[in-house]
Design a protein around this ligand. Structure first.
Ligand SMILES: Cc1ncc(C[n+]2csc(CCOP(=O)(O)OP(=O)(O)O)c2C)c(N)n1
Ligand code: SF4
Length: 290
């Protein structure tokens, strides 16, 4: 087994001396670290990886990873990720953003990415708040939580990303918690290795604007799926996803049955940038425009 510090020192995804925009203690740090370790341990080539995000605190993550990145508009990580994957299906594509960005502004894209079953990994830093814009309620905010905008408490039921993903037959659905780096890393590794759309909802404390869902709250309100849990049973996974007393952590569902979108489209060709064009064909094309 590789020593933790040794892994950190050798990690090719680190950007030494990078100035970070996150508050001390933010759960985003742990997710970033575990992501870089997962990528390193999977032996992913930095040149074949693209991390795509929207806008927000979580969406800054790709700026702190030494690889290719695309920063889209708020909620628009997934359409960009889809375009990137379809232009070169050999790339490992990770879409990564906050709960507001992915489930709120990007909610429609989230639904249709699952329907399409693109072979990408969706990592959602779920801090149950809008962090970057200073603490308004997000789709996953708990009912009753007060914020500077929801002064009488959030009055809506939270969005349930796991139940929605399972209802749409997402083939890989998991939940992790930033408080447990080791488990989060293993789940991220499984999600990246999975062929098809994988959704990982990662609990992430926002230590500044969310005083309800603290590290302690996540510890007290979650539990690990037991070792004998069968992740191929979709109905059982759905039952787990709607539990409310304590929230399950682990891979709820993993089933390699659905065709991925790239296969359905029949994309087998070499990416455009790798293709060679004969001089003759090129001259012919130019001539057609003269
Ligand atoms: C269409 C649109 N609506 C609103 C905003 C303003 N805005 C920027 S970041 C953000 C909240 C981000 O929250 P979340 O996605 O949960 O990520 P976090 O900052 O908590 O990581 C909002 C509302 C925007 N940039 N674009
Ligand atoms: S405001 Fe919250 S989410 Fe943003 S960096 Fe600070 S602790 Fe993290």
């Amino acid at each position: 087994m590789t020593d933790y510090n040794e892994t950190r020192l050798m990690n090719p995804f680190d950007i030494p001396g990078k100035k970070m925009g996150w508050c001390p203690g933010c759960g985003n740090y742990k997710i970033l670290e575990t992501l870089k370790e997962a990528l390193h341990e999977l032996g992913i080539d930095r040149r074949n990886l693209v991390i795509v995000s929207g806008i927000g605190q979580a969406a800054k993550t790709p700026q702190y990873v030494d690889t290719n990145m695309f920063n889209g508009l708020h909620g628009r990580a997934l359409p960009a990720a889809l375009g990137i994957k379809l232009s070169n299906r050999n790339l490992v594509v990770i879409a990564e953003s906050g709960d507001g960005c992915m489930y709120g502004e990007g909610g429609n894209h989230f639904l249709h990415a699952i329907r399409r079953n693109i072979d990408i990994t969706v990592l959602v830093h779920d801090n149950m708040i809008y962090g970057l814009t200073k603490g308004q309620a997000s789709p996953t905010s708990r009912m009753g939580m007060t914020t500077p905008v929801q002064v009488n408490g959030v009055m809506l039921e939270p969005f349930n990303p796991l139940a929605v993903s399972l209802a749409l037959d997402a083939p890989f659905v998991a939940r992790a918690s930033a408080g447990d780096g080791a488990q989060t890393k293993e789940i991220i590794k499984q999600a990246i290795s999975f062929r098809g759309l994988s959704v990982v909802d990662i609990f992430q404390p926002c230590v500044v604007f969310n005083k309800l869902n603290t590290y302690q709250w996540f510890k007290e309100n979650t539990y690990y799926l037991p070792d004998d849990y069968d992740p191929t049973d979709r109905q059982q996974a759905f039952a787990k996803s709607i539990e409310t007393e304590k929230l399950p952590l682990g891979v709820l569902y993993c089933h390699e049955g659905r065709k991925v979108y790239e296969d359905l489209l029949g994309i087998t060709r070499t990416p455009a940038y790798q293709r060679t064009v004969s001089d003759e064909a090129f001259e012919k094309m130019l001539a057609a425009y003269r």
